[in-house]
Design a protein around this ligand. Structure first.
Ligand code: SAM
Length: 226
């Protein structure tokens, strides 16, 4: 590693065993102000600042008592939720193992598993009033395929939100620009008072990631078929 390319900019020398792609990733990580800030403030991910900035704009954390974090690993979002809402119950789920977070219950399982929705609500001890989803499918590098795979996760998360949220609850989810399709937005608008898209400053400009924030769940007016 060497200093160069401007004040404070860390350059990463190509070394054997590191591909140019992983080199670029490492260089970007080392020079990213959000990565530095996360380290300094004790957060496990730079992703935490996306949630923080979204909350600054939409104010969905305040007053939440039961929170679900879909795609919790490594845990930055839940760390922030616990800090802001020390009394709230928080349950997270991820395919990957996550180091314990004080006051949060973490399930290591696939959210797409049929048993996952019931397990989440059971662990939470009641209806959630805030459902967060930062889930993204592993990218394969083909933009359309990646968008579709993440769309599948968002659809499942929205379905879960509509089935379980307490009236007045909020749903915040990562979507891909090409992925927040009109049917999904229409479904959100049917079920929530306001639906907004946002790209927080912490979301890298080059990434196609966006977030959708649906607030004020209208409640289940009719039984959702099993
Ligand atoms: C961008 S990361 C989440 C970062 C997190 N918000 C934070 O602040 O630390 C997305 C996560 O979604 C998880 N994920 C993707 N598909 C999933 C699925 N089907 N079930 C559970 N987790 C999933 C991935 O394993 C990954 O850890």
């Amino acid at each position: 590693m060497s200093r160069g390319g401007g004040r404070g900019h860390t350059r990463v020398k190509t070394s054997r065993g590191r591909t140019p792609q992983s080199n670029r990733w490492l260089e970007r990580q080392l020079n990213d102000p959000y990565v530095k800030r996360a380290k300094a403030e004790g957060y496990r991910s730079r992703a935490v600042y996306k949630l923080l900035e979204l909350d600054e704009k939409f104010d969905f954390l305040k007053g939440s008592k039961r929170v679900i974090d879909l795609g919790i690993a490594p845990g930055g979002w839940t760390q922030l939720v616990r800090k802001r809402l020390p009394k709230a119950a928080v349950v997270g789920i991820d395919l990957l193992p996550v180091d314990p977070i004080d006051g949060a219950t973490i399930l290591q399982m696939d959210f797409m598993d049929d048993a996952a929705p019931d397990r989440l609500v059971e662990e939470l001890g009641g209806a959630p009033d805030l459902i967060l989803s930062d889930m993204a499918a592993n990218t394969v590098g083909h933009a359309q395929t990646d968008a579709l795979r993440t769309l599948g996760l968002v659809e499942a998360a929205l379905d879960f939100a509509i089935r379980t949220l307490a009236p007045g609850g909020d749903f915040v989810a990562k979507v891909f620009a090409g992925g927040a399709d009109s049917a999904l937005v229409a479904e959100m608008k049917r079920n929530f008072t306001t639906v907004k898209h946002a790209k927080p400053p912490a979301s890298r400009k080059g990434s196609v990631e966006w977030f959708v924030v649906a607030q004020g769940f209208k409640g289940r007016t009719e039984e959702v078929p099993e």
